[in-house]
Write a protein that binds this ligand. Structure first.
Ligand SMILES: C[S@@+](CC[C@H](N)C(=O)[O-])C[C@H]1O[C@@H](n2cnc3c(N)ncnc32)[C@H](O)[C@@H]1O
Length: 355
């Protein structure tokens, strides 16, 4: 097999290697013999909980991984080999093609991979967007403007959902980060990437860059912690300033559909009024909205990752969220079982050992 990009590991030694070696598939720090557990793994209280037992986890061959973030790289252990995952392996758990290169320092690469929408989840949504356009009588090229595009997981999902009837084409992409720019230019120069802070980006630049207005706008503003906006402002504007700029772009460019992901961390969904605020802000610019929490593993991603999606259009009749194609358990519908992390990792070439 040939070698893959972003696929280097190192030889682990000492207590780290001992811990990894003693970890059974699916095992966590708490499953290790006590003398190997990290000192921060302290079980306290009557229920003996409190230790960060997720700090180490060996993936399993036939079960999806837990959520891939930028912080799994000294945590997720390969299902068979006694080492942590390489960036390439994490990217495979996010469905990225093996030849897709991630640019930047190690930390920047980890960030781009951890931030991405799994490609198959993006593809599942995009397939329903395609069905919507067909029902509306529009076929052929559907032009996309991609905001907060990161490494481009959501865009790749749209690209892969293209058929003879509908061809999704990212004609403009943007993000604030330089390493993201390098990644997109390296892999998809045709996505017409322009690096910008959305707060300083004029929507007219987007339509000029595309030569027309987009049919679809995709991408979700990252959640801004309340502290960023300042407490006073946060009370009056819980969705944050990036979201307001995004809405202004949508209002100016008037796409037929908007697919917005990851507006805020799911932990913050407790603030149910944020959902109402999103509906209101779209209503204010003449769009109807629907939303749904989707699980990536339900669409063939070898990873349990939940994401909240909002889809907006002037007329949403004919749009529905995708039905699962995979199932965690045996099921009456005859759906195949969730794809295992180890099944996908086994398809990769061997990792290179760092000198
Ligand atoms: C969750 S990531 C997007 C992931 C992407 N949808 C994918 O599937 O790979 C959010 C992105 O928003 C970008 N971002 C954060 N603040 C921004 C700003 N002020 N203007 C433009 N982009 C910004 C970040 O650099 C990051 O790449």
């Amino acid at each position: 097999m040939t070698q893959a990009l972003n696929h280097e590991t190192r030889a682990y030694t000492g207590i780290v290697l001992e811990r990894i070696k003693h970890l059974p598939p699916g095992g966590k720090m708490g499953d290790l013999p006590p003398h190997l557990q990290h000192e921060s793994f302290v079980r306290t209280g009557a229920k003996k909980t409190g230790g960060p037992n997720m700090r180490l986890l060996r993936l399993e061959h036939d079960k999806p991984a837990l959520t891939v973030t930028a912080y799994i790289f000294n945590k997720f252990v390969h299902p068979q080999e006694d080492r942590y995952l390489t960036p390439r392996e994490a990217a495979s758990l996010q469905d990225f093609p093996v030849d897709y290169a991630f640019m930047g320092t190690q930390g920047q690469v980890h960030q781009q991979i951890g931030n991405a929408v799994p490609v198959k989840l993006g593809k599942a949504i995009a397939t329903e967007v395609a069905n919507y356009f067909v029902k509306q009588g529009q076929t052929g090229v559907i032009k996309i403007a991609s905001y907060f595009c990161g490494a481009g997981g959501l865009d790749l999902g749209f690209e892969q959902a293209s058929t003879d009837t509908i061809q999704f084409k990212t004609c403009f992409s943007t993000d604030i980060e330089e390493p993201v720019e390098k990644t997109i230019r390296k892999n998809r120069s045709e996505w017409n990437f322009q690096r910008a802070d959305i707060r300083a980006l004029d929507p007219e630049q987007v339509s000029q860059g595309m030569g027309c207005n987009p049919d679809v706008i995709i991408g979700g503003p990252p959640c801004q912690p309340f502290s960023v906006a300042g407490k006073q402002k946060a009370i009056h504007d819980p969705l944050g300033v990036l979201y307001r700029d995004y809405i202004q772009h949508i209002d100016y460019l008037k796409p037929k559909m908007v697919v917005m992901e990851n507006v805020y961390g799911l932990a913050q969904v407790k603030a149910a009024n944020m959902v109402a605020e999103i509906y209101q802000s779209f209503a204010d610019i003449g769009y109807a909205v629907t939303h749904c929490e989707l699980m990536a593993a339900d669409y063939g991603t070898p990873q349990k990752r939940r994401r909240l999606f909002f889809v907006a259009a002037r007329d949403l009749d004919g749009f529905r969220f995708p039905e699962p194609t995979h199932s965690e358990y045996e099921n009456l519908l005859g759906l195949p079982r969730y794809v295992g992390a180890g099944e996908i990792l086994a398809t990769l070439p061997p990792a290179r050992l760092k000198p």
